[in-house]
Design a protein around this ligand. Structure first.
Ligand code: NAD
Ligand code: LMR
Length: 323
């Protein structure tokens, strides 16, 4: 068996940190051969060719082929896993919302191309920002693909939250379980300590509410900006790592709760059709939103806030006629 994986923005920063890990088997497991496709804009094809040379030089046993495209049509033909990374990243001083117009058009075109050619069980992960709403755009431009096949990445937020909490409590990251992030991949996101566990105890009971509210939530929400400020470029290796985690868990399964931004069917008062991060369980190659968690008032107001932002983004892309 072999899986066809297309990575857009393959010559970008995240692409460079991602492709080698996919080709080495870290995303789909040690037994799955991979046909890798790199999609770029024409100006960046030469750089993608350079990356393809390096992929060859790694002599990865699982890498069955590498092809480069500057046209979404053939790049997505019969694709099994599509990683939509290619988009402009924000630069210092920009908020993610500023990227809506700049990047939205990319996702109408790629949604249409996926709709025409993708394999019937395609899995799509949108990483390019604003990820939730780009995913919404692609999904709405691909009416023949079941909506549950479209996902956007909030796993980086989950991983950041786990690392920050473990650091605070002086435990290993493996001691933190079920820490889910709700809503938008933006500073409004809500990292949920009410359902998270640390060594079997509720995480929220192990921290002070003041730290949770005034340090932890803003730190996790603004971590992208912190990295951007320090590196002078937006996070790349950690984003690639989260994309690997997201797809690996979706395909191969995992224990406990995970965060994935997926189309809402109305659970927890999130408008149907919005792409919002929810607690999911992953097994047997699919995910399921966990619908019966009790939501306390503190969490409810934060979930409402981040979902409101998603509504505003949806309305803005409607106005731009992208959906
Ligand atoms: P980058 O500028 O280094 O690379 C982006 C690449 O996309 C470029 O090579 C560019 O040529 C390519 N590209 C642009 N339009 C394209 C198109 N239509 N088709 C194919 N390729 C196209 O940026 P990066 O650092 O790799 O970041 C990529 C995106 O990921 C940005 O939008 C960034 O904000 C986002 N991001 C998301 C998360 C997340 O957690 N969801 C985390 C980090 C970064
Ligand atoms: C991140 O969270 O690091 C990315 O979304 C990049 C950014 O612009 O913050």
């Amino acid at each position: 068996m072999a899986t066809t994986v297309t990575v857009t923005g393959a010559a970008g920063q995240i692409g460079y940190a991602l492709l080698f890990r996919i080709a080495s088997g870290q995303m789909l497991g040690p037994d799955e051969k991979i046909h890798l496709r790199l999609l770029e804009i024409p100006d960046a094809v030469k750089a993608a060719e350079g990356t393809a040379l390096e992929l060859q030089d790694c002599a990865f046993p699982l890498l069955a082929s590498t092809e480069i495209f500057d046209d979404a049509g053939p790049a997505f033909d019969a694709v099994d896993v599509a990683l939509l990374v290619g988009a402009r990243p924000r630069t210092k001083g920009m908020e993610r919302a500023d990227l809506l117009e700049a990047n939205g058009a990319i996702f109408t075109q790629q949604g249409e191309a996926l709709n025409k050619g993708a394999s019937s069980d395609v899995r799509i992960l949108v990483v390019g920002n604003p990820a939730n709403t780009n995913c919404l755009i692609a999904m709405n431009n691909a009416p023949d693909i079941p909506s549950e096949r479209f996902t956007a990445m909030t796993r980086l937020d989950e991983n950041r939250a786990v690392a920050q909490l473990a650091d605070k409590l002086e435990v290993g990251v493996e001691d933190v379980q079920d820490l889910v992030v709700w809503g938008n991949h933006s500073p409004t996101m809500f990292p949920d300590l009410f359902h998270a566990n640390v060594k079997g105890e509720r995480a929220v009971d192990k921290v002070e509410m003041d730290w949770y509210e005034n340090e932890f939530i803003p730190r996790v929400g603004k971590r992208g900006a912190e990295v951007l400020e320090a590196r002078g470029a937006s996070s790349a290796a950690s984003a690639a790592n989260a994309a690997i985690d997201h797809v690996r868990d979706w395909v191969l399964g995992a224990d406990g709760l995970r965060s994935m931004a997926v189309h809402s069917i109305g659970a927890y008062g999130v408008d149907e059709g919005l792409v919002s991060s929810f607690p999911v369980r992953v097994s047997g190659g699919s995910y399921e939103v966990v619908e019966d968690l009790e939501i306390e008032d503190f969490a409810r107001s934060r979930i409402n806030n981040t979902v409101n932002e998603l509504r505003e983004e949806r309305d803005a892309v409607k106005e731009l006629q992208l959906i």
